[in-house]
Design a protein around this ligand. Structure first.
Ligand SMILES: Nc1ncnc2c1ncn2[C@@H]1O[C@H](COP(=O)(O)OP(=O)(O)OP(=O)(O)O)[C@@H](O)[C@H]1O
Length: 287
């Protein structure tokens, strides 16, 4: 079994929105960043994976097993974090531990308390007395404490300060040291994904734009910078996306090295995930 999550031809229709023919493969031992604008379909995809929403067509396999017929078995091995805390607000961490112990065979209270200690989460407060960051850390500690093999996190680091986010990213990198572990991480904070993700899947208006290794994106995509006269000499087919500013033309290109050879003398910068997203979502892509 090499895939933690394997999605083929997944489709879900709502009135006014469709997730169409999604393909995604998260290899075991890796982190996949899941990106897309607000309303692109990330949470819908995650809920479909978790069978919290019913798919229309397509297949979803987790650890090689069907996500519906083998749901009970699979759920033991998945830790899930959504951006909202789902604990009752009058519970203290040890009471949460009792609840989780009923839910998961592999619940490990010692591990849970170790995570809380590391995150400096007070044991004597109820969750309604927690800050947003504390609630998020509590959710992540909970998700990790039944020894899951797969973590699925939907905007789990949104609204957290950079120090807390870094702590959490470090924890993800530790988790992934075990090659049987994997993470699907939806986030708008593309710089976080640049730090930790091995793969990036990008959806736009319910459709897959790309699903590639981060290194492939880093080495193949580039931003060509030029003035008006050079711009007119660039072949249309090389322009993946284009933006004009008062400083000149910025052109999103694929196959950076080939472009460097073809347009000698022009600057081609490294491109960030945020740039790629902006060009697809805001500037429009030419092909
Ligand atoms: N239960 C539902 N019934 C009808 N439409 C829904 C339902 N759930 C989601 N949608 C629609 O599906 C689309 C995608 O929503 P989704 O929450 O998956 O986006 P997202 O990529 O997670 O966005 P965000 O980054 O804002 O969280 C939206 O247009 C939303 O209104």
């Amino acid at each position: 079994m090499n895939s933690a999550i394997e999605i083929n031809h997944l489709t879900k229709h709502f009135t006014g929105f469709s997730l169409e023919d999604l393909q995604l493969n998260l290899p075991c031992g890796s982190i996949m960043g899941f990106i897309g604008e607000n309303g692109a379909g990330k949470t819908t995809t995650i809920k479909l994976i978790l069978n919290q929403l019913k798919k229309d067509t397509g297949s979803i396999k987790i650890f090689g097993l069907d996500h519906i017929t083998d749901e009970k078995r699979i759920k033991e091995d998945i830790g899930v974090v959504f951006d909202e805390s789902y604990f009752h607000e009058n519970l203290r961490p040890k009471q949460i531990s009792k609840v989780m112990n009923q839910m998961f065979q592999n619940w490990d209270e010692k591990l849970f308390l170790d995570h809380l200690d590391r995150f400096q989460i007070p044991l004597n407060k109820t969750t309604k007395e927690f800050s947003r960051g504390m609630k998020m850390k509590l959710s992540i500690a909970t998700a990790l404490s039944h020894h899951p093999k797969l973590l699925i996190l939907d905007e789990a680091t949104s609204g957290l300060d950079p120090i807390v986010r870094n702590e959490i990213l470090d924890l993800f990198l530790e988790f992934i040291q075990d090659e049987s572990h994997s993470i699907l991480l939806s986030s708008h904070i593309t710089s976080d994904l640049e730090k930790v993700a091995d793969y990036i899947t990008f959806i736009h208006q319910g459709k897959l734009v790309l699903s590639e290794s981060k290194d492939h994106l880093r080495y193949n995509y580039g931003m060509l910078l030029c003035g008006a006269s050079d711009f007119s000499a660039i072949d249309k087919e090389d322009i993946l996306g284009h933006r004009q500013s008062r400083f000149g033309h910025e052109i999103l290109v694929k196959d950076k090295e080939a472009m460097k050879r073809k347009y000698k003398g022009l600057t081609i910068d490294q491109v960030s995930l945020e740039d790629i997203m902006l060009f697809y979502v805001k500037e429009g892509v030419h092909k």
